[in-house]
Design a protein around this ligand. Structure first.
Ligand code: MIC
Ligand code: SF4
Length: 646
């Protein structure tokens, strides 16, 4: 029987478990990537594993998130990561070299390989036919130490592309269409595999935009075939030898097939405050725009930048607009300089930002109060830009450029009426390449000493699972609570290596009293419990969304449903993830209710539902859980690190 691409890669990487849908399999990881905001914790945990060198084919440590460097914290973390890379045989990508996903795609992505990254947008690598998955830092540390990565054997959804994009319609509009069809919830355990005659019309950077933002649907990953277009990209990166052909067999089977005709798509936007709120740009109307941000790991490639540069040639930005441009990598900057694009971007009035996450993570360029901000990034969650009252819209580079000129939300097709022609930019046949901002293990100078600034604290240890959880609903939240709601990034991200300090900001945007209330409950010897609606933990892979609650004495999260990476992070840090057997029971709980969950160990061992007593209301209801035997062992041991040491 024929195989799809996902099955092909998994079949050559499965080490443990059976390839049956929904059952857990352990796979070999060929490459890993970390970034600095998740990396410090990942490497502190890796150090605790006592492995002398990484065991992967390639591991890369990027500095791209915390590059603002107000205060010593970021710079200390960078130095720590550099000394770790030198000691353990990891490639170090210095601050300034670019955003991890863009750089990994350019310099290291290989069709047919597996990549695990401590960042949810790792699936960007699917653009070159890699099985690239985002995970918590601890799971990445385990993979670097040679351990398997465990995932639920996925359902594969084929997205059958036909036709060809019309001028002014972009890859971003394709993924926004996918988000309209699938939404940001309900896709756990699925992979999107792109196929069909439309695939060959998309370049690798366009494919990467699409796989990058599949993360917003909550799928395990997204992948494109590796074909002649992939070969052309790798050739342009001077890596033709890394190419293999990887196509689905003619008779490959899929769990679902969804058709998208590229030629029918129009410019789209995700409206505040979710990447799943999709409208056409026309429907939104000509509202005034305050800020336009071009960049992020979704849309910061050479073609994205050059397209905008060509549109803006000879144009000046509208007086009401602040226009920020952050090219995705040093390579992108050098190539757009060579080809004249940088000049027209600067001449248009852009504010050139560092090649880093920057505005996307809200640690710089926060817009004004009540601003309308058009961003080519992938997330417009409430408060993420750093300005709570701002309204962020996610759009293509073409739509962003149109607003720079007009000062309003503008369908880019209307630019033709102003005499601006669609630029139709092509990728160069050969990029200018300079790898000087990497430090490769062979060139790294290591005296085996690890640099540790005062910002770096040891990760707190989880406690073994209790048989009885008895405490209070410290917080009851609605559907679609993202990791940005749980623990903010932005200006607070510099405390990633200092868990007690960072924990002070838990649930800051939802309820700023959470930290103090949780602390009081913990100090009184009782447990904190969180109750949530659908799709809890959407978004980032940040394990601090589990680690900080663990530090504050959260013992269980009871939700209608939970997202994959966050669920795994909770287990890794010894927090019990539970689901309502009957979602209607959610309505019968109030914040501050006292809850009791007894006989937990026996129930887990026997696979029985847990009975939750609501002491305040005098009621009882059942909770279910989706835990494999391995995950139960992790919880019983007191988290993944404790389990590894057993
Ligand atoms: C994000 O886009 O939210 C981040 C910042 O890149 C996160 C990682 C992190 O929180 O450090 C992600 O996507 O996983
Ligand atoms: Fe960085 Fe934004 Fe991409 Fe996250 S989504 S990796 S913050 S550019």
């Amino acid at each position: 029987m024929g195989k799809n691409i996902v099955e092909k890669i998994l079949s050559t990487h499965i080490i443990e478990g059976k390839p049956e849908k929904g059952s857990e399999v352990g796979i070999r990881i060929d490459q890993t990537l970390t970034q600095d905001a998740t990396g410090t914790m990942a490497y502190l945990q890796f150090e605790a594993m006592g492995v002398p060198k990484v065991k992967t084919e390639l591991s890369v440590s990027y500095i791209d998130h915390n590059t603002v460097q107000i205060g010593f914290e970021n710079a200390d973390d960078h130095k720590y990561l550099q000394s770790i890379a030198a000691k353990y045989g990891i490639v170090f990508s210095r601050a300034g070299n670019g955003i991890c996903h863009q750089v990994q795609l350019e310099r290291f992505g290989k069709p047919g390989k597996t990549l695990l990254g401590s960042d949810s947008h790792t699936p960007t690598g699917g653009g070159v036919g890699m099985l690239a998955i985002g995970a918590g830092g601890l799971d990445v540390a385990v993979a670097m130490a040679g351990g398997s990565f465990f995932l639920s054997y996925p359902k594969v959804i084929k997205i059958n592309l036909t036709g060809k994009l019309k001028p002014w319609v972009a890859a971003k509009d394709v993924i926004l269409k996918v988000l309209e069809k699938f939404s940001t919830k309900g896709n756990v355990g699925c992979v999107f595999e792109y196929d069909g005659p439309g695939v060959k019309t998309l370049s690798v950077p366009e494919r990467a935009t699409i796989t990058n933002m599949g993360a917003e649907c909550g799928v395990t990953t997204s992948i494109f075939p590796s074909d002649e277009v992939t070969k052309e990209f790798l050739k342009a990166q001077d890596r033709e030898n890394d190419w293999i052909e990887l196509l689905a067999d003619e008779d490959a089977k899929y769990d679902q097939i969804v058709d998208i005709d590229l030629s029918e798509l129009v410019p789209l936007a995700a409206t505040p405050h979710s990447p799943g709120n999709i409208s056409t740009v026309k429907e939104i109307g000509e509202i005034d725009v305050d800020q336009v941000c071009l960049g992020s790991c979704t849309n910061s490639s050479y073609t994205d930048m050059m397209t905008v540069a060509e549109i803006l040639k000879g144009q000046k930005l509208h007086p009401n607009i602040s226009f920020v441009v952050a090219p995705g990598s040093k390579q992108v900057i050098e190539n757009i300089i060579k080809d004249g694009g940088f000049e027209s971007i600067v001449a248009s009035g852009a504010r050139i930002a560092e090649s880093a996450c920057g505005f996307c993570i809200g640690n710089s360029q926060s817009p004004k109060t009540d601003a309308v901000s058009l961003r080519t990034s992938n997330r417009n969650f409430y408060g993420r830009s750093g300005t709570k009252s701002a309204n962020a819209y996610l759009v293509s580079p073409e739509t962003a450029a149109a607003a720079v000129i007009t000062g309003k939300f503008t369908d880019p097709r209307d630019l033709e009426k102003m005499g601006i022609q669609y630029p139709n930019v092509k990728m160069p046949a050969k990029f200018y390449i300079d790898d000087a901002m990497f430090i490769f293990p062979k060139d790294a100078k290591s005296d085996d000493k690890i640099y540790r600034g005062p910002n770096i604290g040891d990760p707190p240890a989880a406690e073994p699972l209790k048989d009885k959880i008895s405490g209070f609903v410290t917080l009851k939240v609605e559907d679609k609570i993202t990791t940005d709601h749980i623990i903010p990034a932005g200006s607070k991200m510099k405390y990633r290596s200092n868990v007690p300090k960072y924990s002070e900001f838990l649930f800051e945007v939802v309820d700023p009293t959470f930290h103090d209330r949780a602390k009081a409950i913990k100090e009184s010897g009782r447990d904190n419990i969180i109750v949530a609606g659908l799709s809890y933990g959407q978004g980032s892979s940040r394990e601090h969304a589990a680690l900080c609650p663990m530090y504050m004495g959260v013992k269980a999260v009871l939700a209608k449903s939970m997202e994959r990476i966050h669920n795994a992070n909770l287990i890794n840090f010894g927090i019990l993830p539970l689901n309502f057997k009957d979602d209607a029971d959610y309505d019968g709980i109030d914040q501050t209710d006292e809850l009791e969950i007894s006989n937990i160990k026996e129930a887990l061992q026997q696979g029985k539902n847990l009975i939750i007593k609501n002491v305040s209301k005098g009621t009882k209801f059942e909770a279910t859980y989706l835990l494999t035997e391995r995950q139960k062992d992790i919880l019983l041991a007191g988290g993944a690190l404790a389990m590894m040491k057993k």
